[in-house]
Ligand binder design. Structure first.
Ligand code: AMP
Ligand code: MG
Length: 494
C-alpha cells in the first residue's frame, strides 16, 4: 500500500480528540453514552462554511460515512460522546433538573470547537421525551443558525441536517432529523444553576474556573487584592448577553423560549425553537404559540435576559461570596445594552456619528413603525435604497400616516445631511438585510422538504448566507409575507 495513503487514512476526517474540553470536567457534569441510530438516513442540508471551519474534506463530507456519523449511526475515532446535566428556570418558574435530553456532544476539535448532535436519541435527561427532533424544527434550526451568523449575530452554528423516515410522534406522526451544531461551548446559565441548587459548591467552582480559563481569561486579571474573578465572570457574561440582546432587537429577532437553560454562557443565540423574525413591527409580538402569557414577547427580551442574569448571579453567589459584588456586576447591563442598541440603530439609519437628537429620531421611527404596522425588514431596506437614490417615495408608501412620516423624514434629513451620502448608503445596505428567515419562507422550505424536494431549502440557505446582497431574480424571498403567514403557529413542539 502506498505509505502516503495509509497515513491519510489514519487521520480522522473530523478530529474530535481535543483535550481539556467539557469532558475533562468529570462525571458529575455528564453521562457518557452513544447516540441511538436512525434507519435509512439521507442528507437534507450542509453548510460548507461550517465544514470549512472544521477543516472537513469536501469529499468526505459527501460520503456515506459522514452521513452515518452525523445521524449518530457511526462513531468517529477518538470521540467520547456525552450528554450534560443542567437545570433551569422555565417561563419564570424553577424547573429543576433538565439536561441534554436529545443532544449529544460528540467531542471537541483541537481548535476548541464543540460538535453536538441534536435529536440523536434518549439520554438520562430525556425525562418524558423521546430524544428525537422532527424534520421541520431541524430545518428551522439549521437555516436560522447560519442566517444569524451571516447577519453578524453571535450564534451556535449548524454543520448539517440529516433526515430519516423513522416516525416521531408529536401532534401528529412526523419524521426524524438530526442537526449537527457547532459552538465554542454549549454551557448554559442552567449548568451553574444546577450545581448551585444542589449545594455542590466544588462542582460549581470547577465549572466557573473552566469557563473563565477557557473563555474569559481576562477575569483572572482582577484577581488582585479586592478582585473577584467570579464577579468579573458574571459581569463579562452580563455584558455579552446585553450585546446579544442589542443584536436581536435591532434585527427584529424573537427567540421565543428564553428560559435560563437556553441562555448561553458565551452570549450566543442557542436552542432555536419557536423563534421568529418580525414581519410587521409589533413590539409586543409573541412568536411562541405555547407562551400564553407573552413572557417572551419581542419587546420584553432585554428585560427577560436581565432577569435570567439574576438567576445566574444567584447561582454564582457562593463563589462571589458577597451579594453587593454580585449586584454590582450586573449594573453595566443596561448601559451596554442601550449603547450597543443605539449604535446598531444609528448604523441602520446611516448615521456615522453620535449626535444630539439621534435618540429621539430612533424612538420616533420605532413608534411610527409600530403605529403603522410597517414591515420591519422591508422598511430598513427601502430606507437604505432611498438614501442611496435620494427618493423616499417607496418608503413613504409603507405608512398610512403620511404626515407622521413626512415630519420624521424632515428631522432625519437634517441629521443625514451631516454624513456623506455614499458612506451612509453603504453603511445602511450592509446593516439592513434584504433577506431574513421569515416564518413563511421557512414553512415553504419545510413543506417541499417533506415531499423530498430540498431545492427551496437550498435556495433559501444561499440567500440567507449573504443577506445583504441583492441576489437579482430573488425579490420574492424579500417581499411582504403572504396573508397565510399570520396563521402559522410555531410552538415548543419540536
Ligand atoms: P427546550 O426548551 O426545547 O430547549 O427544551 C427543554 C428541555 O427539554 C431540555 O432539557 C431538552 O433537552 C428537553 N427536551 C425537549 N424535547 C425533548 C425530546 N423530544 N426528548 C427529550 N428531551 C427533550
Ligand atoms: Mg433548550
Amino acid at each position: 500500500m502506498n505509505p502516503l495513503a495509509a497515513r491519510t487514512a489514519a487521520i480522522p476526517p473530523l478530529d474530535l480528540t481535543g483535550k481539556g474540553g467539557f469532558a475533562s470536567l468529570g462525571p458529575a457534569f455528564f453521562t457518557a453514552l452513544q447516540p441511538t441510530p436512525l434507519p435509512q438516513p439521507h442528507w437534507i442540508g450542509v453548510s460548507t462554511d461550517v465544514a470549512d471551519l472544521l477543516a472537513l474534506d469536501a469529499g468526505w463530507m459527501a460520503s456515506d460515512e459522514a452521513l452515518q456519523v452525523f445521524t449518530g449511526n457511526a462513531r468517529l475515532p477518538g470521540s467520547t460522546p456525552l450528554a450534560s446535566v443542567y437545570s433551569g428556570h422555565q417561563f419564570g418558574v424553577w424547573a429543576g433538573q433538565l439536561g441534554d435530553g436529545r443532544a449529544i456532544l460528540l467531542g471537541e476539535t483541537p481548535g476548541g470547537l464543540e460538535v453536538q448532535l441534536k435529536g440523536s436519541g434518549r439520554t438520562p435527561y430525556s425525562r418524558m421525551g423521546d430524544g428525537r427532533a422532527v424534520l421541520r424544527s431541524s430545518i428551522r434550526e439549521f437555516l436560522c443558525s447560519e442566517a444569524m451568523h451571516a447577519l453578524g449575530v453571535p450564534t451556535s452554528r449548524a454543520l448539517c441536517v440529516t433526515g430519516s423516515p423513522a416516525p416521531v410522534r408529536r401532534e401528529e406522526i412526523e419524521s426524524a432529523a438530526v442537526v449537527t451544531r457547532v459552538a465554542q461551548s454549549f454551557v448554559r446559565f442552567g449548568h451553574f444553576e444546577h450545581f448551585a441548587a444542589r449545594g455542590q459548591v466544588n462542582e460549581l467552582r470547577l465549572l466557573a474556573d473552566y469557563v473563565i480559563d477557557r473563555y474569559y481569561p481576562a477575569c483572572r486579571s482582577t484577581e488582585q487584592p479586592g478582585g473577584n474573578a467570579y464577579a468579573a465572570l458574571l459581569q463579562a457574561v452580563s455584558e455579552r448577553t446585553a450585546t446579544l440582546m442589542a443584536h436581536w432587537q435591532a434585527v427584529g429577532f424573537c427567540h421565543g423560549v428564553m428560559n435560563t437553560d437556553n441562555m448561553s454562557i458565551l452570549g450566543l443565540t442557542i436552542d432555536y425553537g419557536p423563534f421568529q423574525f418580525l414581519d410587521a413591527f409589533v413590539p409586543g409580538h409573541v412568536c411562541n404559540h405555547s407562551d400564553t402569557q407573552g413572557r417572551y414577547a419581542y419587546n420584553r427580551q432585554p428585560n427577560v435576559a436581565y432577569w435570567n442574569l439574576f438567576c445566574l448571579a444567584q447561582a454564582l453567589l457562593p463563589l462571589i461570596g458577597d451579594e453587593e459584588q454580585a449586584q454590582a456586576a450586573l449594573v453595566s447591563y443596561k448601559t451596554v445594552f442601550s449603547d450597543d442598541f443605539m449604535a446598531r440603530m444609528r448604523a441602520k439609519l446611516g448615521l456615522t456619528a453620535q449626535r444630539a437628537g439621534d435618540a429621539e429620531l430612533i424612538d420616533h421611527i420605532l413608534l411610527l413603525l409600530a403605529k403603522n404596522g410597517v414591515d420591519y425588514t422591508i422598511f430598513w431596506r427601502r430606507l437604505s435604497h432611498a438614501v442611496a437614490q435620494n427618493d423616499f417615495e417607496p418608503v413613504r408608501d409603507l405608512f398610512a400616516d403620511r404626515a407622521g412620516w413626512d415630519q420624521w423624514l424632515l428631522s432625519y434629513s437634517e441629521l443625514l445631511a451631516l454624513t456623506d451620502k455614499a458612506v451612509a448608503a453603504h453603511l445602511m445596505l450592509s446593516s439592513n438585510p434584504k433577506f431574513v428567515l421569515r416564518n413563511h419562507l421557512g414553512e415553504q422550505a419545510i413543506l417541499a422538504a417533506k415531499q423530498g424536494d430540498f431545492s427551496e431549502l437550498h435556495t433559501l440557505q444561499r440567500l440567507l448566507q449573504h443577506p445583504f446582497d441583492e441576489h437579482p431574480g430573488h425579490d420574492a424571498w424579500a417581499d411582504f409575507p403572504p396573508d397565510w403567514a399570520s396563521s402559522i403557529e410555531i410552538s415548543c413542539s419540536s
